[in-house]
Design a protein around this ligand. Structure first.
Ligand SMILES: NC(=O)c1ccc[n+]([C@@H]2O[C@H](COP(=O)([O-])OP(=O)(O)OC[C@H]3O[C@@H](n4cnc5c(N)ncnc54)[C@H](OP(=O)(O)O)[C@@H]3O)[C@@H](O)[C@H]2O)c1
Length: 290
């Protein structure tokens, strides 16, 4: 039987309405909207597209957003100066510095410079440390979105074996931390694989849930999962004909899996949704409500 679709567009719509209600409540209490400052350095078309989508989603959900476009040749000192000004601006509750940054800027230095209470991407060392210690403040948006996509589609993670393929700092590693939390909607047994893992297919075949985040088009094939497994596809790859494909061979795997997320329309819309969620949380935290 073909798999159920883990529909990120549908869930994002539901959750953005919920977030919009919380944003409205904040505005009624504080006479201003939760606000997100987006910093875009250079003219990378994909980054421009992502920032546009994020700002549009803010507007729809009743959040304020500001765009700070900087030229490609911006120095690290100039970007640090802007981040310092945004850190000090009380109207700005969340700061999003769109990655990747041009080569002359060390991403790590910028991530560390964002005030931890405004770090709504959840990438900074303080927020990652809190997550690792079991007291999360803001969860990184893509892995948070993956967890919500699973839980709110009725996939039980409690005691489940989740195999994550990919160990990046923005997806695989924080996802492992989120899913192994001693908390409802988590409590999973997590295995993390990467390019050096031996016998990778033997590992993915043991999983109740497989999450693939590697950036290799159609990498996960049908014989790499057990029948009935749940599959989440994080990858975004250009197929060559202008279309986007994920890291999963969707047409083959959907015949074996019990549930599967599509690309596009799976994890992508959830990532933006969790950014809005974190920005409302940040506004409430800075207003002393959390
Ligand atoms: N939908 C969204 O919102 C969203 C958000 C973020 C990323 N993405 C997409 O997700 C994908 C991954 O992004 P990322 O930033 O996490 O990537 P990344 O930083 O390039 O990390 C890729 C990871 O995959 C592992 N890997 C690569 N080839 C492999 C292979 N053949 N077998 C096993 N592991 C392999 C790498 O292993 P090593 O560590 O050993 O090198 C690394 O851990 C990309 O397509 C990206 O566009 C989507």
């Amino acid at each position: 039987m073909p798999a159920t679709l883990l529909d990120g567009n549908a869930l994002a719509k539901t959750m953005r309405a919920e977030i919009g209600a919380r944003a409205g409540e904040f505005e009624r209490t504080h006479s201003r909207k939760p606000g997100l400052a987006a910093v875009l350095v250079g003219d990378n078309p994909a980054s421009q597209r992502y920032v546009r989508s994020k700002r549009k989603a803010c507007a729809t959900a009743g959040l304020e957003s500001w765009l700070h476009p900087l030229p490609h040749g911006t120095s690290q000192a100039e970007l640090l100066d802007l981040v310092a000004r945004l850190n000090a601006d009380p109207a700005v509750h969340g700061i999003l510095v769109q990655l990747p940054l041009p080569k002359q800027i060390a991403e790590e230095a910028i991530i560390r410079a964002v005030s931890p209470v405004k770090d709504v991407d959840g990438f900074g060392p303080e927020n990652l440390g809190l997550l690792a210690a079991g007291h999360p403040r803001y969860l990184p948006c893509t892995p948070f979105g993956i967890q919500q996509l699973l839980v709110r589609n009725g996939v039980s993670l409690e005691g489940a074996h989740v195999v994550i393929v990919g160990r990046s700092n923005i997806v695989g590693k924080p996802l492992a931390l989120i899913l192994m939390q001693k908390a409802p909607g988590a409590n999973a047994t997590v295995t993390v694989c990467h390019s050096r893992s031996r016998n990778l297919a033997d590992l993915t075949r043991q999983a109740d849930v497989v999450v693939v985040a590697i950036g290799v088009a159609r990498f996960l094939e049908a014989d790499m999962i057990q029948p009935g497994a749940v599959v989440v596809d994080v990858g975004i790859n250009e197929a060559g004909d202008g279309k986007l494909v994920g890291d999963v061979d969707f047409d083959a795997v959907k015949e074996i899996a019990s549930a599967i997320s599509p690309v596009p329309g799976g994890v992508g819309p959830m990532t933006i949704t969790m950014l809005l969620h974190n920005t409302v949380d940040a506004a409430r935290l800075q207003a002393g409500e959390r």
